[in-house]
Design a binder for this molecule. Structure first.
Ligand code: FES
Length: 227
C-alpha cells in the first residue's frame, strides 16, 4: 500500500496528499468525509457469519477487501441488497470508494442484484467528485468484492446458472497475457501502449496482438478514467 501522510501547510491542512505532493493528487471533500467517517464499515464479523461474503485482493498493490451482503425481497418482491458491510486493508481511496459504494448499493430500499452488477467504477467516481488517477485501481476493489459476494449468494441459494465467472481471454498467445493483465496495467497507471508493454511485455513475442491491445487500452481508459 502506498504511504499517505497528512499535509502540514495551512493551505493544505486536513488534506491527504502523496509524499511527492504531485499536482492533482488532492482528495475532494466527499472523499475525505468517507475516509474519515466510513459508512457501513464492519467492526467485528460475529454477527455477519450468515451473510453473503465476497473477498478479493488487488494485484496492483496487494491490499485486500471483504464485503458482507444481506439480500432480501423488497416491497416489489424483487431481491435487493439491504445491507452492505465491508472491511479492508486498503488505502484512503479504497476506504472512501467502498464507503460510497455501500451507500449507493443500499440507498432507496437497495439495488436489485441486476442493478448492482451493472454499477460501473465511473459512477462511484462521479459521486466522490473524482480520485487521483493513480488511485483508481483502489476503487475497483469494493466493486469486485461485491460481485464475489453476489456469487456467494447465487451459490448458497442454488442459482448456480447465474454465477459470473470472469475468465481472462488470452491476447498475447506467446506470453499468455490476458485482457485482465491489460486491465490491471491500465489501473496501475499505464495510459499508453509503451507503458503497458513496459509493465507486461505484451506484443514483444506476438506483434499481431498490438491492435487488440490498443483497443483494450482505449476501452479500459474510458471505463475507469472516462477518457
Ligand atoms: S493502494 Fe492498495 S487499495 Fe489503494
Amino acid at each position: 500500500m502506498n504511504p499517505i501522510t497528512p499535509a502540514t501547510t495551512d493551505a493544505r491542512k486536513g488534506d491527504v496528499v502523496a509524499p511527492t505532493k504531485e499536482k492533482g493528487w488532492f482528495y475532494t471533500d466527499t472523499v475525505k468525509d468517507h475516509f474519515f467517517h466510513p459508512k457501513n464499515f464492519l467492526d467485528g464479523e460475529e454477527d455477519y457469519k450468515d451473510a453473503y461474503l465476497g473477498m478479493v485482493g488487488s494485484p496492483a498493490c496487494g491490499d485486500a477487501m471483504k464485503v458482507w451482503l444481506r439480500i432480501n425481497k423488497g416491497t416489489d418482491g424483487v431481491e435487493r441488497i439491504t445491507e452492505f458491510k465491508w472491511k479492508t486493508f486498503g488505502c484512503a481511496s479504497a476506504i472512501a470508494s467502498t464507503s460510497m459504494l455501500s451507500v449507493m448499493v443500499t440507498e432507496n430500499e437497495g439495488l436489485t442484484l441486476e442493478e448492482a452488477l451493472k454499477l460501473r467504477p465511473q459512477q462511484i467516481m462521479e459521486r466522490l467528485g473524482g480520485l487521483p488517477n493513480r488511485k483508481v485501481h483502489c476503487s475497483v476493489l469494493g466493486d469486485k468484492a461485491l460481485r464475489s459476494a453476489i456469487n456467494d449468494y447465487y451459490r448458497k441459494t442454488e442459482q448456480t446458472d447465474k454465477i459470473i465467472v470472469e475468465q481472462g481471454r488470452i491476447i498475447d498467445k506467446v506470453l499468455k497475457i490476458t485482457d485482465h493483465d491489460i486491465e490491471e496495467a491500465v489501473l496501475e497507471g499505464a495510459d499508453t501502449l509503451e507503458k503497458i508493454q513496459h509493465k507486461t511485455k505484451v506484443g514483444t513475442g506476438d506483434p499481431s496482438c498490438i491492435p487488440e491491445v490498443e483497443q483494450l487500452l482505449r476501452f479500459y481508459k474510458e471505463k475507469y478514467f472516462g477518457s
